[in-house]
Every structure is written in C-alpha cells, then in structure tokens.
Design a binder for this molecule. Sequence first.
Ligand code: ATP
Ligand code: MG
Length: 264
Amino acid sequence: MRARALARSFGRGSKALAALGPVDVDIAPGEFVCIVGPSGCGKSTLLRIAAGLLRPSAGELELRASADRPAAMIFQDYGIYDWKTVLANVRFGLDVQRVPRKEADERARSWLARMGLADFAGAYPAALSGGMRQRVAIARALAVEPEILLMDEPFAALDAQLRTILQDELLDLTQTTRTTTLFITHSLEEALVLGDRVLVMSARPGRIIAERRPPFGRPRTGEVRATPEFTALKAELWQLLRGEVAGRADAGPPHPTTKGAVPA
Ligand SMILES: Nc1ncnc2c1ncn2[C@@H]1O[C@H](COP(=O)(O)OP(=O)(O)OP(=O)(O)O)[C@@H](O)[C@H]1O
Ligand SMILES: [Mg+2]
C-alpha cells in the first residue's frame, strides 16, 4: 500500500471540514502497521479510503495485490448483517468468492470455533452481545484468508482477557500467513504487541507525526508485554500522543497530577 499526499475533507466551501491528511504511508507486503491517534483525527477515514469505500479529496492511495485473494475490512461498527445467521455472516465472503458450499461451511465453522462462537452458528446477530457481534465480524474477515487485512479497532468492544487472547491469535495468524495488515487501535499496548511499526497521528486533520518500530523480532508472542522495552516505548508513545489527545492548543508541559499515568 502506498499513499501520497492523501487528504480527505467533508462538505463544501466555508463549511468544509478537513478530516485527514496530507498523509504519506508505505506498507510493504507482509508488514503489520498499527495506527494510533486521537478520536476524530481521520483514522477510519484513512481505512475507508484504503478499502475503496471513500474517495480521497486530494492525493492518491494505491493498493497492490498480487493474487486474487481479496482485501478484507473489519469495521469499527461491525458491519455484520442482522438478517443473516452467524454462520451465514461468516460464510459471506466465501460465498462471494464462490467457495463450494461444503468447504465454505467448514471454514466458517472452524473460525467460529476459534472465536468461541461454535454454539451460536444458527443464531441471529440480534441475540448476541456487542463483543460476540464483533467476533463474528472478525471471523468473517479472517475466513476469506485475505491478502490485505484492514482492521478498525476490531477488539475495542471485547473484555480485557478476550482481547489479549485475540491479540495473540492474530499475531499467530499474521505471522504464519504474512498477511499485510493495517490496524487501527486506541490501545498503545495493542499497537506495540502487534505492530512492526506504530504510526502516531495528530489531531484532525490527521497527519502522521511519529513512527516507532517495536524492537521485538518475529515470530513474537504476547510475552513481549512483560519486557522493560515494552513499558518504556509505551510511555514514549503516550508522551507523543497526549498533546494531540488533549487538543493542540493547550498541549503544554505535562500536567503534574497526571504525569506518568500511562493508559492502556
Ligand atoms: N461521512 C462523513 N461525513 C461528514 N463528516 C465525516 C464523515 N466521516 C467522517 N467525518 C468526520 O471526519 C472526522 C474524522 O472521522 P473518522 O471517523 O475518520 O475519525 P477517527 O479517527 O476514526 O475517530 P475515532 O477514533 O473516534 O473512531 C470527524 O470529525 C468526523 O466527524
Ligand atoms: Mg474511527
């Protein structure tokens, strides 16, 4: 993936809102890139442009796939179909790819099992909790074994334990298949565990203001969370981000009472 001077605004004339950019990014095949940034800075906008759901206002984004494997996107708000069963939702991408019914069912069921949803194959999304719905969306995206994975806060609605388990599962999966992944998260910890690179975005209109490479080799496991390098890098990223989260205008020196408090 290659973005050059990519920008997007919404609305026209004096009411136009500059939402994103200009942004330059290169993501190599097999690379796992995480993006963190304050709410409303344009992260989902960037992902929607990458997914071809939104056109840039300026600049360009090029996504080059080698095979006929699809790109898959997991939306921040799930994007699953309420009128399809859980199994049919997970099978959806495979049906589109014309995978034979029996094989599609098997692959979908195996992903449901990995997501702890084996017993809910026949249920409708309305009967699921928020975290369960999100797991259906994850299973649906992973079932097509995409060449490029675009994930917009996929674990945000999950409890901390399940989130850790799925982070480790995703590590395992992307390291085995070398899936090129663009992953948006609010959790610095998640970005550091998963990413080859972590990009930090500014407040809106979001630009990339810093880049860090977690110093953990591949294949890696969730054990990196317990290392001193991890803690140090997390604190460093938070220092970069806190001024942006607080609003650029009053991004002065750290407030004495909150200094050192690094959120997850
Ligand atoms: N379709 C749209 N029409 C008008 N404004 C939009 C549209 N989509 C996004 N925006 C605006 O663009 C800005 C960036 O939105 P975006 O959803 O990309 O932010 P985000 O970084 O993903 O935020 P969050 O972390 O809260 O998900 C916001 O101010 C939002 O209101
Ligand atoms: Mg978003």
